[in-house]
Design a protein around this ligand. Structure first.
Ligand SMILES: Nc1ncnc2c1ncn2[C@@H]1O[C@H](COP(=O)(O)OP(=O)(O)OP(=O)(O)O)[C@@H](O)[C@H]1O
Ligand SMILES: [Mg+2]
Length: 259
């Protein structure tokens, strides 16, 4: 089936299930996202009633696109990793060395599916450790559904774009998040910066956890140091910060073997 027919068929099937497709034209424009694999995954998730409405694009990134959806009137973020343009060489580096993904076959498809599963699992672990991250709801193939952090389809702004009333308190919250992530969830975010922290009502929310690795990943410490440097570089423009190495020792403790 050609993509256009597929999409039409898909829209029809969704509608039959009572799923409203909002901004359908906008969805169709993004033909590169809605390939056959993606449509199938979306269809399966819709069938499980994980979401009941799919709306417009919230963000387009290097690896994926985020759409706004709804379920029982509540916002759902629908993150779709692109099958075609995904930067899967970089993905491999993060997957190698993570014991959870030792048996992943090295085809493009398998890697992207594993990546999606990884982000789901990372978010679960982070939430169990008490972090402010979106609650993951479900995943299928290259699609992850999670709590939408925002209001009326508009995500909370990235922290780089807001004016913080009490930056020192927010910094303390982010430091605490990195610490809990390492000690309790036993993970390192790996791409933490002012681009992957959303801000609302005085609180910092960590997002984008696909690349997060377990502590025993051979590159966990360099990734942690990079996260610390990014966070410190950003917050040092707003408040006092703890030295990079001091913070690394505080978080990683005796595991620290030098940068
Ligand atoms: N759970 C969510 N709730 C609300 N908005 C979200 C959520 N997840 C992602 N977004 C929005 O989508 C944007 C991109 O998300 P994310 O960083 O996870 O994707 P990405 O494809 O890895 O992006 P990039 O490659 O640019 O880092 C975020 O900046 C935010 O605006
Ligand atoms: Mg991001």
């Amino acid at each position: 089936m050609d993509p256009e027919t597929l999409r039409r068929d898909f829209d029809r099937r969704l509608e039959e299930m009572g799923i409203r497709v909002k901004d359908a034209d906008q969805l169709k424009v993004r033909g590169d996202v809605f390939d056959e694999v993606t449509l199938l995954a979306l269809y399966k998730l819709a069938h499980k009633k994980i979401f009941s409405e799919i709306g417009g694009v919230v963000a387009t990134g290097k690896e994926g696109n985020v759409f706004y959806g709804e379920r029982d009137g509540k916002g759902v973020a629908i993150k779709i990793y692109m099958m075609r343009t995904a930067n899967f060489k970089a993905m491999t580096e993060y997957l190698d060395g993570d014991p959870r993904f030792r048996n992943v076959r090295r085809t493009r498809k398998e890697i992207i599916f594993a990546w999606t599963r990884k982000e789901f699992s990372n978010l679960k672990r982070a939430r169990s450790a008490g972090l402010r991250v979106p609650e993951p709801y479900a995943f299928d193939r290259n699609i992850l559904l999670m709590e939408f952090l925002g209001e009326e389809g508009v995500p909370y702004p990235q922290i780089r774009l807001v004016e913080m009333e009490d930056p020192a308190a927010v910094y303390a919250e982010v430091v605490d998040a990195m610490d809990r992530l390492y000690k309790e969830a036993k993970l390192v975010h790996g791409d933490l910066s002012e681009f992957n922290i959303l801000f609302s009502e005085g609180h910092a929310y960590l997002i984008d956890m696909g690349q997060a690795v377990t502590r025993d990943h051979p590159r966990a410490l360099p990734f942690l140091l990079r996260d610390i440097r990014n966070v410190n570089r950003f917050f040092s423009q707003h408040c006092e910060t703890i030295g990079d190495e001091v913070l690394l020792r505080r978080i990683a403790g005796e595991r620290f073997e030098g940068p």
